[in-house]
Design a protein. Structure first.
Length: 542
């Protein structure tokens, strides 16, 4: 349950000023593994049973009454109808202005034959199309099936990542619980927008890199031990100069594929390709240094960094192009024939399909750059962590609640206790990293920064709070890391650890109760207007 079992080898507990250089006298495989990986993370039945149980809980919250509201809400008007046109043609087609009424009534045949200009890649819409294929375009449950499935799987995935990262099944379970009950993630899991799919692929890429880190360090220990003198003494100076090449890294290639799929969902995944690529190389730098490699920096750059680039950037790019397969296979998609209509002596060596796609991307990039229209629920990124302006996806005043006035709402509003605590946790993690250089704190901060900070580069652009779901799992990881600090470690007294357990248990219970209070405005329950108004704590929440 503590961090102590899995602290970076050669480093002390957070809070201590002691820095221990890794010893170079023991080069058996076991000694190297202990230095590079620390003690093995606790396993057993609970390591899988708890995440699965929490995924089931999250699935119940996401699938029950998934068809409510029974109409397209917010940007579902674009993505669900686009998903249907992908099933029909392999590319997005136009719809008449009043198409929502027909689509809501179960009649999608009003779709027009002309190609539509859209500014987001197709993968997220293909994922939505899976639900339409299984349940038909006339069933709101089918519209949102894929989002609910991916949202549920992401709970399981985050619990696994947190347990692996922090070396504690209990902390992994805490992460899964917090994600399962948070309203921001819950609403995304119950509506078919693209962001829940973006979040899933980014989290899966991080999980793959985490497994690659472990696999790479095990290989480094094994290969250094193989060239040692058999007594635990160091290998020759030649072997320790740059260290061994670690071979093909399949988990790193998997991460590259996942990042390409994330980019094929929304372009906001692009900073993660750079951030995660640098992060995995930094982990290799640390591994070679701790292992005793003399020129660990140049060794990591040449023997790990170049391969990391090849495993992530080209793989992600090829995967991204594959997500446009429907567009490539068509003849009538938007801009599909642009190259034929615009010959160029300078660029005629580029295949026409790629030239046409490049023009499409140039146009879409220009659209995104100039996107600055007013919207009643726009929220600058500086407001996201403090819940300054939630997004209303749906609001009506139906009858049937037994009161004079009723409300039915779907509001993208995170659990205030979780989000405000996560914002504070980021500051704590930054302080911990500055003081102790814990790689876990750095990894979580990178995950948040890659998804959050780029939005500050475009202050004039229209943006919304619901974009933050892309990095929400890393906010939860930051919070759970701090809960681990509250729990204490083996060096703490029994009384101190008991108090820690009580405090963490009380926090988790309070988070669940707060979520239960806000649940009606996340899941479109019909409640009295006064009850809805009581949940709007601030004027800017309305």
């Amino acid at each position: 349950m503590s961090h102590a079992a899995v602290l970076e080898p050669g480093k002390s507990l957070p809070g201590s000023r002691r820095w221990v250089e890794s010893p170079r006298a023991a080069f058996t495989e076991q000694a190297l593994r202990t230095r590079l990986l620390g003690a093995p993370a606790p396993g057993g039945v609970l390591a899988w049973l708890l995440p699965v149980a929490l995924a089931v809980l999250g699935g119940v919250l996401r699938f029950v009454r998934l068809g409510e509201p029974g109409s397209l809400v917010f940007d579902e008007t674009y993505y669900v109808k686009d998903a249907y046109s992908l099933l029909l043609s392999g590319y997005e087609r136009e719809w008449p202005e009043d198409a929502n009424d027909s689509f809501n009534a179960g009649d999608p045949t009003v779709i027009l034959p002309t190609a539509d200009y859209v500014v987001h890649p197709p993968l997220g819409k293909w994922m939505i199309a899976l639900g339409l294929l299984l349940f038909g375009p006339g069933d709101p449950f089918g519209w949102r099936f894929s989002a609910a499935l991916v949202g549920t799987l992401s709970i399981l995935l985050l619990a696994f990542v947190a347990g692996r990262l922090l070396g504690s099944p209990a902390l992994g379970a805490a992460a899964g619980l917090l994600l399962a009950v948070d309203g921001h993630h819950l609403v995304h899991s119950r509506t078919s927008l693209l962001d829940i799919f973006l979040m899933f692929w980014l989290l899966l890429a991080f999980a793959a890199l985490l497994l690659d880190r472990e696999q790479g360090r095990r290989r480094l220990a094994r290969r250094l031990a193989a060239v040692a003198d058999g007594t635990g003494g160091p290998p020759s100076a030649a072997h320790l100069r740059f260290g061994p090449w670690l071979g093909l890294r399949p988990w790193r290639i998997t991460a590259g594929i996942c990042l390409g799929l994330a980019l094929g969902t929304k372009w906001s995944a692009l900073p993660y390709i750079a951030a995660f690529g640098l992060l995995t190389v930094a982990w290799d730098l640390g591994a070679r240094r701790v292992a005793g490699i003399r020129r660990w920096a140049s060794g990591a750059v040449v023997k790990d960094g170049l391969q990391a680039f090849a495993s992530i950037v080209p793989v992600a790019a090829l995967t991204y192009l594959a997500t446009w397969s429907g567009w490539f296979a068509s003849r009538d998609a938007y801009d599909r024939q642009w190259a034929a209509a615009n010959p160029s002596a300078q660029w005629d060596w580029v295949p026409p399909a790629l030239r046409s796609l490049a023009e499409y991307h140039r146009s879409a990039y220009s659209f995104h750059q100039g996107l600055a229209s007013d919207h009643p629920y726009e929220a600058h990124a500086g407001l996201w962590l403090i819940l300054g302006r939630p997004t209303s996806f749906f609001y009506e005043k139906p009858a049937g609640c037994g009161a004079e006035a009723c409300s039915q709402a779907v509001t993208v509003l995170g659990n205030p206790l979780i989000w405000w605590s996560s914002a504070l946790a980021l500051l704590i993690l930054l302080a911990v990293w500055i003081r102790s250089r814990d790689w876990r704190a750095a990894a979580v901060l990178v995950g948040v920064a890659a998804g959050y900070l780029p939005w500050f580069l475009y202050p004039e652009r229209t943006m919304f709070y619901f974009y933050a779901v892309a990095f929400e799992p890393f906010l939860i990881l930051a919070l759970v890391y701090c809960l681990g600090l509250v729990l204490g470690g083996p060096s703490d007294s029994l009384r101190r650890r008991r108090v820690g357990v009580l405090l963490v248990g009380a926090f988790l219970a309070a988070a669940v109760l707060v979520s239960a209070y806000f649940l009606p405005i996340w899941t479109a329950d019909v409640i009295p207007y006064e009850q809805w108004r009581q949940r709007m704590w601030f004027p800017r929440w309305i």
